[in-house]
Write a protein that binds this ligand. Structure first.
Ligand SMILES: [Ca+2]
Ligand SMILES: [Ca+2]
Ligand SMILES: [Ca+2]
Ligand SMILES: [Ca+2]
Length: 299
């Protein structure tokens, strides 16, 4: 294990840090053994002495799977031993889905993944032989997106739906009895909404939403999104979402979209290539047999 220590961020969300670690080929620290835990705490003590009190984000979450805490990269369950008293929040659809600790304490607490918090340690891990490197550059936190504040208190997500920020999500497994191409996935999402709820194939507006979806669908393979391409009046091909929301965020995989054989009009998440992360998208033909994610907005 190799650890990167940088100067603390003035403010950052857990998602911000996940992006920062990813950008340097690492990940948020995962303490999967007692030994690692001890090593990490010794290191944290010296970091704390040098930079003062910080919040430290760890690479664990129950994002998308409430009360099922996992280490994200190792994909192993997080034990019960290290939680501070009162953590984690076990309410259904709570917003404390990411793991953190204070640099002067050894116990973990659950916190929001999207809210920016003050004074965040810049600590990432890399899989390789153990060494400590000191960074001399001052990182600037990536401002991904601001969180929106609902004007009214949000209603709860229906049973079986998972809440993230102001939307509810459901992962539907491809089903051999029904066609599971993009069109049937779209129709199914529109059908699963109730009379008050207009559900649709998921539209991905922000990096946060995309990261949530990656956690939510982890290990289940590619999924259909509501992204598709249509020809405008000037004959230009444009991408859009089935729910009509603005197309202003994308996360295409390397070399995508490539419109392979000129047959690829639909956007899949968790697009699989060996050199890309599972967060990435690809343009694909509508005929794929994929799981799909339905979404509806709370209001
Ligand atoms: Ca949650
Ligand atoms: Ca939670
Ligand atoms: Ca959305
Ligand atoms: Ca493609």
């Amino acid at each position: 294990m190799c650890i990167k220590l940088g100067s603390p961020f003035k403010s950052a969300s857990w998602f911000n840090l996940e992006i920062e670690c990813d950008a340097i080929g690492g990940y948020l620290p995962e303490l999967t053994t007692v030994n690692q835990n001890d090593l990490f705490h010794n290191l944290l003590l010296s970091y704390h002495e040098r930079v003062g009190l910080t919040t430290v984000y760890l690479g664990g979450s129950d994002l998308g799977n409430e009360n099922n805490w996992m280490w994200n990269i190792h994909n192993t369950p997080i034990g019960d031993d290290n939680w501070a008293v009162g953590s984690p929040d076990e309410n259904l659809n709570n917003d404390k889905d990411c793991l953190a600790l204070k640099s002067n304490e050894s116990l973990w607490f659950d916190t929001s993944c999207v809210e920016k918090q003050r004074k965040i340690a810049f600590i990432c891990m890399k899989a390789s032989e153990y060494q400590t490197t000191e960074s001399t550059t001052t990182p600037t936190p990536t401002t991904v997106l601001s969180t929106t504040t609902p004007t009214q208190p949000p209603v709860e997500c229906a049973l079986g739906w998972t809440k993230f920020m102001d939307s509810c999500y459901k992962l539907e497994k491809a089903n051999w009895y029904e066609n599971a191409n993009w069109y049937s996935a779209k129709t199914t999402c529109e059908r699963v909404g109730s009379e008050n709820v207009a559900a649709h194939l998921v539209s991905v507006q922000t990096a946060y939403e995309n990261m949530f979806l990656a956690h939510f669908s982890a290990g289940t393979g590619p999924y259909w999104t509501g992204g598709y391409k249509y020809q405008a009046e000037n004959h230009e091909w444009l991408w859009q979402w089935t729910d009509g929301s603005a197309w202003n965020y994308t996360n295409w995989a390397f070399s995508q979209p490539d419109n392979y054989y000129e047959l690829e009009y639909f956007v899949s998440g968790n697009y699989e290539t060996h050199d890309s992360k599972t967060l990435d998208w690809g343009d694909v033909q509508y005929t794929h047999f994929y799981n799909f994610i339905c979404e509806y907005e709370l209001f």
